[in-house]
Design a protein. Structure first.
Length: 274
């Protein structure tokens, strides 16, 4: 009577031993797979990070050997699209966290060596006119009888037009000198009214071009490139748009601005570019 339980125990021990062996082998396989996956991810992430770092650390060119710059030169592949996305998101965040787009672009221009000296200048588009809509007047808190002026400028660093801005403002809320600068010179709006210590409230901010599709980071497989992808990565002319209202320290609004940033914000050279 005791042999049967002992036999069952022996069988049970054998099953348990076999189970442990299977579990041990499975664990080893899982560890190996995980290590390989981690190593592969580390290599890819390191490569991507290095690519972004290279973009952000573009070297200075010798004037005598400089050739016309290409907009974000590089092959249309995942890494270059990721770099472009990182750069656009970085610029977008900097613009959102600073009251003056002009000064922000000037720092961007200096950091990426788009021109020397790195100074952003406004190029007034003369003859342009857009009547302030009822929505704009409401945002500015003025009636139909209150004068609202319109100004369109291009902000350029060297040969690159980095943004185009449509600006509606209330001249009665500026000083006479500020109005003179805006009427008679190409001075950037942000620089002309800088003495007001104004505040900027963003009404909307969006990327007009997203190099990678929404949800790409959640994909279990590498993002598929467009079927037309070949050669140099093509960047649309307009990449970011901001709408904002500028106010005096007491909260009184005096300007509504719509800023459209161009592909030239990515026109700097990177190490290895020819």
């Amino acid at each position: 009577m005791l042999r049967r339980p002992m036999a069952k125990s022996r069988v049970l021990l054998q099953v348990m031993a076999a189970t442990r062996n299977v579990a041990r082998k499975t664990a080893k396989t899982t560890v190996k797979t995980t290590v390989k996956a981690t190593a592969r991810c580390a290599v890819e992430c390191t490569a991507i990070g290095a690519g972004v770092a290279l973009v952000l650390a573009a070297g200075q060119l010798h004037a005598e050997s400089a050739a016309p710059a290409h907009t974000f030169s590089g092959q249309d592949d995942f890494v270059n699209r990721l770099e472009a996305l990182a750069l656009l998101q970085t610029l977008n965040a900097e613009l959102l966290s600073n009251p003056s787009a002009t000064l922000t672009l000037e720092r961007w221009c200096a950091r990426h060596q788009l021109a020397s000296p790195a100074r952003v200048v406004a190029r007034l588009v003369r003859g342009a006119d857009k009547v302030a809509t009822a929505a704009i007047r409401q945002t500015l808190g003025v009636g139909e009888a209150e004068p609202v002026r319109y100004r369109r400028v291009q902000l350029a660093c060297g040969d690159f037009v980095l943004s185009e801005a449509d600006n509606w403002y209330v001249p009665a809320r500026l000083t006479s000198e500020m109005n003179r600068l805006l009427d008679e010179t190409d001075t950037a709006f942000g620089r002309a009214v800088q003495a007001l210590q104004f505040r900027r409230r963003t009404l909307s901010a969006r990327l007009l071009w997203t190099p990678l599709p929404d949800g790409w980071e959640m994909s279990s497989r590498r993002v598929q490139m467009p079927a037309t992808a070949a050669g140099t990565l093509a960047v649309p002319t307009e990449v970011i748009r901001h709408e904002a209202v500028l106010s005096l320290p007491d909260g009184t609004p005096f300007s509504v601005v719509v800023e459209t940033y161009t592909d030239k914000v990515l026109a700097f050279r990177r190490p290895g570019d020819r």
